[in-house]
Design a protein. Structure first.
Ligand code: IFM
Length: 451
């Protein structure tokens, strides 16, 4: 396999999942600090208070990433570090990212900066959170502050990571922070997350700065060929994928999905004001594609029966247990779905694509100082082949980021799911590069063709 010249080979992390140091240098609390501190929200009562201590160990971690041969690092900035109350800039908080970016550049690693990966300042949640329109404006202000501080060195920007999860898991099913369970509220939150993306992109994108957002796609595979199966797949695909993609591509919200969600109290329609969809359609330079697994969907005989899918608009269908081979999380491994997803996205727009997250959790063990994670090596090999197939078939894919650089705090699952290229012993903070990290690095080095 050879990949195009200039291809970005990287690994990704997110601030709350790796940084720790939640009280250092004046950082304010985020919704995840609050959520994780509440009883029964995170497996084992785990929190991100220490996580991988990346705040203090970032130089070591970047050294390991560069040593593998990767040429890009996708990380996120913690809004409550830069603005402890969500509004007022903290120089010491911002200085951390200054150091991080300088460290990356000193090692010839391209920084790919995500502005929002779910750690909303608690003060802004107290003021209404994402269901409140003003949060989108606060985000635009925050984005401008980070851009002014780092824009001389950071060229690659992602506004929001996986607005689907931030909205529907945070405000719909409530399994993520802030733990609200209300479908109508989740839809409004989703709109404001997209609006935040658009406001920041419109204000900050310009020559020398590439803007993007990262969407998590779950292609819907109907478990049968009847019209009812096709309808179940349409519904799932609509709310999970097209509801976010279409407005970003300038098509507004898909009409079928708007019709599906209408019965949820109607607050979504009222939240979308004149001109909003133009803002959300602010031109981006590439689309971040986060891919893990498809969803196998089947219609319910009784459309009003309770569904196992706790999302708005998903009455009348069930998501079936995934067929093997599974990851430790129980997620299906389907590399060919990644090829078809990238091809489908290419048919939807001419935007360059970057696989901004792809990876798998497995049970890993350190034996004699090494981690032989053959299953993950195989996972990466097959998914890279899938990306390569898509490129061969005409998709304009410009990069691949493994999730994740480090084993880390996996949200509601605490520390039970290891996704890293690098094993982290959370007792000692000892790092051990896994075979999968070496494998990915070898592929990257073999393909390190300059632009
Ligand atoms: O850990 C998460 C990440 O924060 C967002 N995308 C999916 C990953 C694995 O669940």
């Amino acid at each position: 396999m050879t990949f195009p010249a200039g291809f970005r080979w990287g690994a990704a992390t997110a601030s709350y999942q790796v940084e720790g140091a939640v009280a250092a240098d004046g950082r304010g609390p985020s919704i995840w600090d609050t959520f994780a501190a509440a009883d029964g929200k995170v497996l084992g009562g785990a929190t991100g208070a220490v996580a991988c201590d990346h705040y203090h160990r970032y130089a070591e971690d970047i050294g390991l990433l560069a040593g593998l041969g990767l040429n890009a690092y996708r990380f996120s900035v913690a809004w409550p570090r830069v603005m402890p109350d969500g509004r007022t800039t903290s120089a010491p908080g911002l200085a951390f990212y200054d150091r991080l970016v300088d460290e990356l550049l000193s090692r010839d690693v391209t920084p790919v900066l995500t502005l929002y990966h779910w750690d909303l300042p608690q003060a802004l949640e107290d003021a209404g959170g994402w269901p409140e329109r003003d949060t989108a404006s606060r985000f635009a202000d925050y984005a401008a502050v980070v851009h002014a501080a780092l824009g001389d060195r950071v060229r690659q920007w992602t506004t929001v990571n996986e607005p689907f999860c931030a909205a529907f898991l945070g405000y719909g099913s409530g399994v993520h922070a802030p733990g609200v369970q209300d479908h109508d509220t989740a839809l409004v939150a989703a709109h404001h997350l997209l609006l935040a993306h658009g406001l920041a992109t419109r204000a900050l994108a310009g020559p020398g700065h590439e803007f993007s957002l990262a969407l998590n796609f779950a292609p819907a595979i109907p478990d049968g060929s009847s019209p009812a199966h096709a309808e179940a797949a349409r519904k799932f695909d609509g709310i999970h994928n097209r509801f976010f993609l279409d407005p970003v591509l300038g098509r507004g919200y898909p009409e079928d999905v708007v019709a599906d969600v209408e019965h949820h109290g109607g607050r979504f329609a009222a939240a979308v004001r004149d001109g909003d969809t133009d803002v959300i359609a602010a031109p981006i330079d590439w689309l971040g594609v986060n891919y893990y697994a498809p969803a196998r969907v089947t219609p319910l005989e009784d459309p009003l029966a309770p569904s196992n899918c706790p999302l708005p608009a998903l009455r009348g269908l069930d998501v079936l247990p995934a067929p093997p081979p599974l990851t430790a999380f129980g997620w299906e491994q389907s590399p060919s779905t990644l090829t078809s997803l990238l091809k489908w996205l290419s048919s939807q727009s001419n935007l360059p694509l970057v696989v901004a997250e792809n990876g798998a959790s497995f049970v890993d063990q350190v034996v004699d100082g090494r981690v032989y994670d053959a299953a993950r090596v195989n996972y990466f090999m097959e998914h890279l082949r899938a990306v390569h197939d898509a490129i061969r078939l005409g998709a304009d894919v410009r990069g691949y980021f493994a999730w994740s650089l480090l084993d880390n705090f996996e949200w509601a699952m605490g520390y039970t799911q290891r996704f890293g290229l690098i094993h982290v012993d959370f007792e000692t903070q000892q790092r051990t590069v896994k075979e999968s990290g070496r494998f990915l690095g070898r592929v990257a080095k073999a393909n390190a063709l300059p632009d």
